[in-house]
Design a protein around this ligand. Structure first.
Ligand code: ATP
Length: 234
C-alpha cells in the first residue's frame, strides 16, 4: 500500500533521514520505534507532504506522493494524527471533528462519521460541546484520533499516541488502535513505548539516528536480544 523507497530528508544542513525504506502492506499495523530524535516523526511528516525528500520516492497505492501538496495527500486517503495532538483548543469537540472533514462536502456522511466517532469514543460524545482545550490528556488524544478518521483515511499515521498518558489510558488507546485497524484502516504507528507498539503491530522497524537498523515481524523484534536490551528494558 505504502512504499518508502530510500528517502533522504534534510532540515537545512541536518541530514535527518538517511536512506530510509519502509513497506506498509494493506491491513497491517506497522510500527516505527527508536529513541528520541531518531527520525520517526520526520518520516510521518514527509509522508504527509509537510517535508520534502531530497532523493528517493514515496509510493501510495503505486503512485508517487513525494511531491504532492499535503491536502492532495489527504484526499488520496492518508491522514496524520500529529505528535502532541494539536487539537484546536478554543473550538468544541464537534467543531474539531468537522474540521477533520475539511476535504469532504458530503454533509450527511460527515454527520454520520461524527456519530461513529462518538460511538467509538463515548467520552467525546458526552462532551461534544465542550471546548477541546479543557479536555483531559487522554480525551484530547481520542479527539485527535477521531479527527484523523474524519477524512476517511485508508492509511492512518499515528505519532506517539501514548505520549504523556497514564498506563491505563495507554492500554485503552492501544486497544482502540487495534479496533480501528480491525475495521479496515491500515496504520503506521510511531511510538516511544516499544513494548506496547510491538504488542499490537504486525511489522516493525527500529530507527537510530536517521537509519533503519533492524526490521522484521513485530514478534521477531520483540524477541530479539538487541531490541530487548535497547528498547524494552532488558
Ligand atoms: P521524538 O520521539 O523525540 O519526536 P523522532 O524520532 O520523532 O524523535 P524527529 O522529530 O523525526 O525524531 O527528529 C529527527 C532529527 O531531526 C532530530 O535530530 C531533530 O533534532 C531534527 N529535527 C526535527 N525537526 C527539526 C526542525 N524543524 N529543524 C531542524 N531539525 C529538526
Amino acid at each position: 500500500m505504502l512504499k518508502i523507497e530510500n528517502i533522504n530528508v534534510y532540515y537545512g544542513a541536518i541530514h535527518a533521514l538517511k536512506g530510509i525504506s519502509v513497506d506498509v502492506k494493506e491491513g497491517e499495523i506497522v510500527t516505527l520505534i527508536g529513541a528520541n530524535g531518531a527520525g520517526k516523526s520526520t518520516i510521518l511528516r514527509t509522508i504527509s507532504g509537510l517535508l520534502r525528500t531530497k532523493t528517493g520516492n514515496i509510493l501510495f497505492e503505486g503512485n508517487s506522493v513525494a511531491s504532492m501538496a499535503a491536502e492532495e495527500i489527504v484526499k488520496k486517503g492518508i491522514s496524520q494524527v500529529p505528535e502532541g495532538r494539536r487539537i484546536f483548543a478554543n473550538m468544541t469537540v464537534e467543531e474539531n471533528l468537522e474540521l477533520g472533514a475539511y476535504i469532504r462536502s458530503d454533509k450527511a456522511g460527515i454527520r454520520k462519521d461524527i456519530n461513529k466517532v462518538f460511538e467509538r469514543f463515548p467520552r467525546l460524545g458526552e462532551r461534544r460541546v465542550q471546548v477541546a482545550g479543557t479536555l483531559s490528556g487522554g480525551e484530547q488524544q481520542m479527539l485527535a484520533i477521531g479527527r484523523g478518521l474524519m477524512s476517511q483515511p485508508r492509511l492512518l499515521l499515528l505519532d506517539e499516541p501514548s505520549m504523556g498518558l497514564a498506563p491505563l489510558l495507554v492500554k485503552e488507546i492501544f486497544s482502540i488502535i487495534k479496533e480501528i485497524n480491525a475495521s479496515g484502516t491500515t496504520i503506521l504507528l510511531v511510538e516511544q513505548n516499544a513494548n506496547m507498539a510491538l504488542s499490537i503491530a504486525h511489522q516493525a522497524y527500529v530507527l537510530e539516528t536517521g537509519r533503519i537498523i533492524l526490521s522484521g515481524s513485530a514478534k521477531e523484534l520483540a524477541e530479539s536480544e538487541e531490541v530487548r536490551k535497547a528498547y524494552l528494558g532488558g
